[in-house]
Write a protein that binds this ligand. Structure first.
Ligand code: SF4
Length: 264
């Protein structure tokens, strides 16, 4: 069950078949990228992970229970993210980069990966890529509203919970222990520079209260996913209304969603 391979140009390929296609130079994307995406797709994720904070519950339930193939056309944002993270990983930025963490939310035990932890500065930084920034050409004002996504803030608060719990995975010879995080930042990058801006950061405080609120919201969200896994009709297409911007361009299981009970 779960993702079985990659769909390209009307054909479903198993991961082995697609790897061969890429090695023979016949895939749409080059071999190194194909291998990274395949590794990503095949990684065994625990049902709950911090990045699920803003996911459509029905999508996560279907991905968990049904067989499906990744549609390369819908993976553009993933390709963008993989490339950007590779650049950050190799950059000379100071701090703990791409560090694995363990989080106990009370109801769930999660594994996550934090882009950057600045221990001394008590800060967590997350990198995101966006297609383009919103820019009001009439006023010349940059529009920041759409960057303040509750699920992104919750994700970082859950990472801060991991740090407070001593959940940062230590490399050999390291002693990190519990770290109190007081600041969160999201650094956005875009590859469309028509607005004249290619990066922008937002900064926010992290407190015991913000961590607790994120923890409670996250637990409730995962309960919805579990409910839907039990019976799709308990969480229908209409219930997923906040995620509908996602259905057409980003959801890998939109076809299945329509056909399964509760779909439209
Ligand atoms: S098509 Fe929309 S509602 Fe259905 S699973 Fe995908 S994101 Fe959710």
């Amino acid at each position: 069950m779960g993702v079985q391979g990659i769909y390209e140009n009307g054909i479903n390929y198993t991961f082995e078949e697609y790897t061969k296609l890429a090695k023979d130079g016949k895939s749409v994307i080059p071999l190194t990228l194909a291998l990274t995406l395949i590794k990503n797709a095949q990684a065994k994720h625990s049902l709950a992970s911090p990045s699920m904070a803003g996911s459509c519950p029905r999508q996560k339930a279907i991905e968990n229970k049904e067989d499906f193939f990744y549609d390369l056309d819908m993976m553009r944002f993933l390709v963008r993210g993989v490339l950007a993270h590779k650049l950050f990983e190799d950059s000379p930025i100071e701090g703990l980069k791409e560090r694995r963490v363990k989080i106990d939310t009370g109801d769930y035990k999660l594994n996550g990966c934090v882009d950057l932890i600045r221990v001394k500065e008590q800060e967590i930084v997350d990198y995101k890529t966006v297609q383009k920034f919103a820019f009001d050409f009439k006023t010349g004002e940059f529009k920041e509203d759409f960057l303040w996504k509750q699920n992104y803030l919750d994700q970082i608060n859950l990472y801060a919970l991991a740090c407070a719990q001593g959940g940062i995975k230590e490399n050999e010879g390291e002693k990190i222990g519990k770290v109190q995080i007081t600041k969160g930042s999201i650094e956005y990058y875009c590859f469309d520079v028509s607005s004249g801006k290619w990066n922008h950061s937002i900064h926010f405080p992290i407190t015991e209260q913000s961590i607790e609120e994120a923890r409670v919201r996250f637990n409730a969200h995962i309960k919805k996913i579990e409910l839907c896994i039990e019976d799709y009709s308990k969480f229908t297409y209409s219930d997923c209304q906040p995620w509908h911007f996602f259905c057409k361009d980003y959801c890998q299981v939109s076809g299945l969603c329509q056909r399964l009970p509760g779909g439209e």
